[in-house]
Design a protein around this ligand. Structure first.
Ligand code: ZN
Length: 362
């Protein structure tokens, strides 16, 4: 058996090449969607790659997405490549469709950023842009601590003090919510949801409508990293416990955690991929989970993100500050350790197998 570490890649280009080779070897049909708005750090083209197995009009299908959050794509790409390279995919049920979407945010993957080419968090962009945006009062209060003017030690210490004080008054969860639930007023800030539909969002909506337009039952797994204990993979749902989808997800995967019930490592967020894809497939019974892998403590991850945001909106992504900032954010979302890769693969294999089994059982 191939060692799981070989499923993972050192950068976007390697991940893409490995994914395409694995998809070709298994006879999947490949389509590349070229991002017309951005290039990689070496001037390279950036694509969302889609590999499809199974009949066009399948009644049941599984969608696996990697790299919604760019730099988090190392894990999801490894899971997709592992699925194709290992024997897991050898007994694919006839009549079922498998759709692998590789690097939904290719700019973020290539540049080691969580956001896309417009500094937008795709997992906050699935909102109705013709309506007034939701408010985030906590973010407004904390914005100068979230986007400090520089990365000097005393500036960051003062910013951290502000955040800690907010946490003391409102609680740690309220602090996480204020920072990460999404905001639509500060394009230079963090967790910015954008003020128009992003290119990647248009692509994934097109892909799911095309691939699952005839499906009656669809499973969706969107792979993320950066929240929770090192190597632990939590299935996140946005459904309340009273929703039939919650019960179904629980039957599929056993232990699931709802952001609505405060059970999850994640805050309940606005304009998520889950909500967008559910709305795009109103005719189908959709079961959807975010698969979130822990890396390092939340504060380290946040500080890595904050420095990266500073680098791209106020600093110079090719300047002297860049190497340290880039190394830190990459590590925060991709530990690049064999034990972590083993855990990510093992859990991904389990979660995807459970979904296939449930879909096949009907
Ligand atoms: Zn994520």
């Amino acid at each position: 058996m191939t060692a799981p570490r070989t499923f993972f890649s050192a950068d976007y280009n390697e991940a893409r090449a490995k994914f395409l080779a694995a998809a070709k070897a298994r006879g999947l049909k490949h389509t590349a969607y070229l991002n017309p708005h951005a290039k990689g750090p070496k001037g390279e083209d950036l694509t969302v790659d889609v590999a499809v197995l199974g009949p066009a009009n399948a009644k049941a299908g599984l969608l696996v997405i990697s790299g919604t959050h760019g730099v988090e794509g190392y894990a999801g790409s490894g899971a997709q490549i592992g699925w194709l390279q290992s024997t897991r995919n050898a007994n694919w049920p006839s009549g079922m469709k498998l759709v692998l979407v590789h690097a939904l945010n290719p700019y973020g993957f290539a540049w080691n950023r969580r956001v896309n080419e417009e500094n937008v968090d795709l997992n906050r962009n699935f909102v109705d842009h013709s309506k007034p945006y939701p408010q985030n009062k906590g973010y407004e209060e904390l914005k100068s601590a979230i986007v400090p003017v520089n990365l000097q030690a005393e500036t960051l210490a003062a910013a951290d003090h502000t955040l800690r004080a907010y946490g003391k008054v409102h609680g740690a969860f309220a602090l996480q919510e204020a920072i990460s639930q999404g905001q639509y007023t500060h394009p230079d800030g963090m967790y910015f949801g954008g003020t128009r539909e992003q290119w990647s969002v248009g692509q994934i909506l097109h892909i799911v409508r095309r691939e699952f337009g005839h499906a009656e039952r669809v499973g969706i797994v969107d792979v993320h990293t950066g929240l929770g204990p090192y190597g632990h993979g939590e299935i996140i749902t946005e459904d309340e416990a009273s929703n039939p989808r919650y019960a179904r997800s629980k039957r599929w995967w056993g232990d699931i955690r709802s952001t609505r019930a405060g059970e999850s490592v994640s805050a309940h967020v606005l304009g998520s991929v889950d909500s967008g894809l559910l709305a795009a497939l109103p005719h189908a019974e959709v079961t959807v989970g975010g698969l979130e892998f822990g890396t390092y403590p939340t504060l380290d991850v946040f500080q890595g993100l904050r420095a990266d945001n500073w680098l791209h909106v106020l600093g110079d992504p090719r300047g002297p500050d860049a190497p340290a900032v880039k190394a830190a954010i990459r590590k925060a979302f991709y530990p690049d350790q064999d034990d972590w890769k083993d855990m990510v693969w093992k859990r991904s294999e389990q979660v995807l197998s459970q979904a296939v089994q449930a879909l096949a059982a009907g």
